[in-house]
Design a protein around this ligand. Structure first.
Ligand SMILES: CC(C)(COP(=O)(O)OP(=O)(O)OC[C@H]1O[C@@H](n2cnc3c(N)ncnc32)[C@H](O)[C@@H]1OP(=O)(O)O)[C@@H](O)C(=O)NCCC(=O)NCCS
Length: 223
């Protein structure tokens, strides 16, 4: 049976990670990126620049289903969600990507566009929103709730019943204690141990994590 088509939006390291992840499950057709300078990540797949480039590619293509993943990591979860919505409006289908070595509990829920990378774990009754990344060797324990565009970076661990608001990033190797609530647009620094709830927009690091500033984008709700 023919493999379904897929495209990636974003041509940097996350594109390489996702191509390895999807393996032979999909046939990669193209990579898109808004940057005029990013180098093509793959020798055998075209890199097409900008939304107009996408529209031309889409118009020239035979009308058959095409999936996509947004390959943009770091703390750019809002951009990931926005591009996902734009591609869905154009008629493409958000894939859900789970690496063959990841564990996802049978009753965990993964939102469209989410990416569960190698050796990651999403445990029982966890809920993962749209376009989230649970990165290499990260864990999202029982009954955690992740909003949209959340990134749990490599080796970060969320204990049970943790909540993370939209567009927040939990940095590499950070630990979040049970039942902690992290707001929207937060950044938890690499290696932090989060022992208290964080309000919207907080940037925090250290053990125990302390708020060092608020993100430049104003929080959606008062902190
Ligand atoms: C927390 C963070 C956002 C702070 O970024 P920043 O505000 O640009 O901080 P700076 O790099 O200017 O560093 C400011 C100070 O904080 C310290 N610092 C920065 N991050 C720290 C961290 N995670 N833990 C402890 N100290 C940290 C720096 O050493 C520096 O200290 P100094 O003033 O004594 O020299 C960032 O350092 C971080 O940890 N990001 C997470 C990255 C990550 O995990 N990405 C995953 C990609 S897959």
């Amino acid at each position: 049976m023919a493999r379904p088509d897929i495209v990636l939006w974003g041509g940097t390291g996350q594109a390489k990670v996702l191509r390895e992840l999807i393996g032979d499950d999909f046939a990669l057709q193209a990579v898109f990126d808004n940057s005029p300078t990013v180098a093509p990540p793959f020798a055998d797949i075209p890199l097409i620049r900008g939304w107009n480039g996408f529209l031309e590619w889409h118009a020239a293509r035979e009308p058959r289903p095409c999936h996509f993943l947004v390959a943009i990591g770091g703390d750019r979860g809002k951009v990931r969600v926005e591009i996902q919505a734009q591609l869905e409006r154009a008629g493409l289908l958000a894939a859900v990507a789970v690496h063959r070595t990841a564990f996802v509990a049978r009753n965990a829920r993964l939102g469209p566009g989410s990416q569960i990378l190698a050796q990651a774990a999403v445990c029982v009754e966890a809920e993962v929103g749209t376009a989230c990344i649970v990165n290499t060797s990260a864990s999202v324990d029982h009954e955690c709730w992740l909003g949209h565009g959340v990134h749990v970076a490599p080796g970060a661990h969320l204990a049970g019943e943790v909540q993370v608001g939209d567009f927040s990033m939990i940095g590499a190797g950070a630990t979040v204690l049970p039942r902690i609530r992290i707001g929207r647009h937060c950044v938890v620094g690499a290696g932090a141990v989060v022992t208290r709830d964080l309000p919207d927009g907080a940037v925090a690091y250290g053990n125990p994590a302390r708020i060092v500033r608020y993100a430049s984008e104003p929080p959606a709700t008062p902190a």
